[in-house]
Design a protein around this ligand. Structure first.
Ligand SMILES: C[S@@+](CC[C@H](N)C(=O)[O-])C[C@H]1O[C@@H](n2cnc3c(N)ncnc32)[C@H](O)[C@@H]1O
Length: 259
């Protein structure tokens, strides 16, 4: 593993919690459950309460905000792709015949790109942190194709993985897809520059029902996401909502911003 790959996904966890999780990871690695059965039906045996909370939160958001509007799903900063996979499966569960609900995910797959003074001094707020590793986009493509294959109308591909600095690649994506309407956009770059660039470029594609989801608002380790939102829309115009299920995810319905 490179130094970048060890970037801390849970900087608030205690040493004891981290040691417990390392020990549990060893239990998982030595699971006697056959791999095909493990990935198909037994993964919840090992699923953390924290991860289940995220899943329930995004499920609620999908049901209450996505289902009754048109448009695509976006994830800005996908890393290993857990949210992309979750959104793919929520689509399959809640609207299995909506073959028009596309998912576009953006990442360098080489870690944070564009860190600046606006991102503070936390040790993980530096370019290259959270790299998913060389060629990871190919693995993610195989994972998303598999999940799509388990849902109806599987011959129509429903995702696009866009590799590179999203501050640049989103422009090209929107030129390829001028039809874009945003149903839900999940911002998880952690940092200022790509968050601000993508919020600005996405703005003409928002409707009153588009929902913008953020993973790091009011986060001292990664101040840049909040600063970007403040500069693009103004915090005073944002009706920031959150789920009681998880501390980090918060969201704004765009009607509050563009109305
Ligand atoms: C915290 S991780 C995302 C976690 C992911 N959303 C999840 O649910 O597990 C942040 C990601 O943003 C990506 N990223 C940061 N800056 C970027 C940029 N300028 N363009 C594209 N991706 C970027 C990083 O490569 C990293 O994978």
């Amino acid at each position: 593993m490179t130094e970048e790959q060890t970037a801390d996904f849970s900087p608030r966890s205690s040493k004891t919690e981290k040691a417990n999780r390392e020990a549990f990871a060893r239990v998982f690695s030595s699971s006697p459950i056959p791999p095909a059965e493990l990935v198909y039906s037994q993964l919840s045996l090992y699923l953390s309460r924290q991860e289940l909370s995220r899943m329930l939160t995004l499920s609620d958001l999908y049901r209450s905000h996505v289902l009754e509007t048109n448009g695509s799903l976006f994830e800005f900063g996908t890393c290993y792709g857990r949210t992309a996979a979750l959104l793919t499966n929520l689509r399959a569960i809640f609207e299995p015949y909506n073959f028009t609900r596309k998912l576009a995910v953006f990442d360098t797959f080489a870690g944070l790109a564009g860190c600046s003074a606006k991102d503070g001094t936390h040790e993980s707020a530096q370019d290259g942190a959270y790299s998913s590793g060389a060629g990871y986009e190919n693995h993610l493509a195989a994972v998303l194709r598999h999940h799509e294959s388990e849902a109806p109308i599987a011959h129509i591909g429903k995702h696009e993985i866009v590799k590179g600095d999203a501050a640049q690649t989103l422009d090209a994506y929107l030129r390829r897809h001028p039809e874009t309407i945003v149903a839900l956009a999940y911002f998880d770059f952690d940092i200022y520059a790509p968050t601000k660039a993508c919020l600005e470029r996405l703005r003409p594609h928002l409707t009153r029902r588009s929902v913008l989801v953020f993973d790091q608002l009011n986060c001292p380790e990664y101040p840049g996401e909040t600063v970007a939102l403040a500069e693009v829309f103004g915090l005073g115009r944002c009706d920031i909502r959150r789920s009681p299920l998880t501390p980090w995810i918060s969201y704004v319905v765009a009607g509050d911003l563009i109305g």
